[in-house]
Design a protein around this ligand. Structure first.
Ligand code: NAP
Length: 241
C-alpha cells in the first residue's frame, strides 16, 4: 500500500488542510485536494505534485459529495485515505447565536464529515482497507461562545467512534484528531487579547503549526497505524492538560 495511496483531504486550500495535503504528498500519496475555493485547492494540488488534483466542492452538499466520490472511484478504483478537515466557525454567545450561525457550522463541520464518510466508507468497506481521520477540535469538550462549533465537533467524535466500531471488521480505521491552538487564518482572525489568553493555556509555550497536526495524521493514515482505531487524539502542546 505504501506510496500508492489515493488520499482525499478536505479544506485543503489553506491552513491545517494545506499542511496535511503537502505532508501526505511528500510520502508519495496522490492527494485529492478538496476545498470550497477551487483556485486554492488547485494551487495546493500543484504544490503536492503532478499526481495530485484540486477539486472545488462544498462538503455540506451531499449530492455533490456523492457525485464527486463516484467520479473518483471511476477514475482511481479505490480511495485509501480520507481526511475530513474542512471546517468553519461562527462564534457567538448562546443568547446571540443566530439560526444561520448554528445551521452553517453544523452543516459544514458535522454533516460535511458525515457526507464524506458515508460515500467513501462504502467503498473502503468493499475494499477491506481504509484510513479515516476526522479533524475535530479541543473545543468538542465545550467552550464559551462556541455552542454550534462544540456541538458539531462533539458530533464528529461520536461519529468517528461509531464508524470505527462499524468498519473495524473490514480493517478500516477511523480516528479523530483534536487540534488545540494552531496558527491559521481561523486563529489569526482572533482579537489580540483573546489570542494571548489562548497562548497562555499551552504548556509547551507556543501555538501549533499546521505541520504539527499533519505529522500525527501522517502516522494515523499510514500502515504503521493499522492497530489504532476509535481514538481521539489531542494535538495541542498540552492545551487541555
Ligand atoms: P481555515 O484556515 O479556515 O481553513 C479551512 C479551509 O476549509 C478553508 O480553505 C475553507 O475555504 C475550507 N472550507 C470551508 N468551508 C468549506 C466547505 N463547505 N467545503 C469545503 N471546504 C470548505 O481553518 P484551519 O484553522 O486550517 O482549520 C482546519 C480544521 O481544523 C477545521 O475543521 C477546524 O475546525 C479545525 N481546528 C482548527 C484549530 C486551529 O487552531 N486553527 C483548532 C481546532 C480545530 P474558504 O477559506 O474558502 O472558506
Amino acid at each position: 500500500m505504501q506510496n500508492k495511496r489515493i488520499s482525499i483531504v478536505t479544506g485543503a486550500g489553506r491552513g491545517i488542510g494545506a499542511g496535511i495535503a503537502t505532508r501526505l504528498a511528500m510520502r508519495g500519496d496522490s492527494v485529492i485536494c478538496v476545498d470550497i475555493d477551487v483556485q486554492a485547492a488547485e494551487a495546493i494540488a500543484a504544490e503536492c505534485g503532478e499526481r495530485s488534483i484540486g477539486i472545488g466542492l462544498d462538503v455540506s452538499d451531499s449530492a455533490a459529495v456523492n457525485t464527486f466520490v463516484a467520479d473518483l472511484i471511476d477514475r482511481y478504483s479505490q480511495i485509501d485515505v480520507l481526511v475530513n478537515n474542512a471546517g468553519i466557525n461562527r462564534d457567538a454567545m448562546l443568547h446571540k447565536m443566530t439560526d444561520e450561525a448554528w445551521e452553517s457550522v453544523i452543516a459544514v463541520d458535522l454533516t460535511g464529515v458525515f457526507n464524506l464518510c458515508r460515500a467513501v466508507g462504502a467503498q473502503m468497506r468493499t475494499a477491506s482497507y481504509g484510513r479515516i481521520v476526522n479533524v475535530a477540535s479541543a473545543s468538542w469538550m465545550g467552550n464559551i461562545g462556541q455552542t454550534n462549533y462544540a456541538a458539531a465537533k462533539a458530533g464528529v467524535v461520536g461519529l468517528t467512534r461509531s464508524i470505527a466500531k462499524e468498519l473495524a471488521f473490514k480493517q478500516v480505521t477511523a480516528n479523530a484528531v483534536c487540534p488545540g491552538f494552531i496558527l491559521t487564518e481561523m486563529t489569526k482572525a482572533m482579537p489580540p487579547q483573546l489570542f494571548d489568553v489562548q497562548l497562555a493555556k499551552i504548556p509547551l509555550g507556543r501555538p501549533g503549526e499546521p505541520s504539527d497536526v499533519a505529522k500525527v495524521i501522517d502516522f494515523l493514515t499510514s500502515d504503521d497505524a493499522a492497530y489504532v482505531t476509535g481514538e481521539v487524539i489531542n494535538v495541542g502542546g498540552g492545551y487541555k492538560l
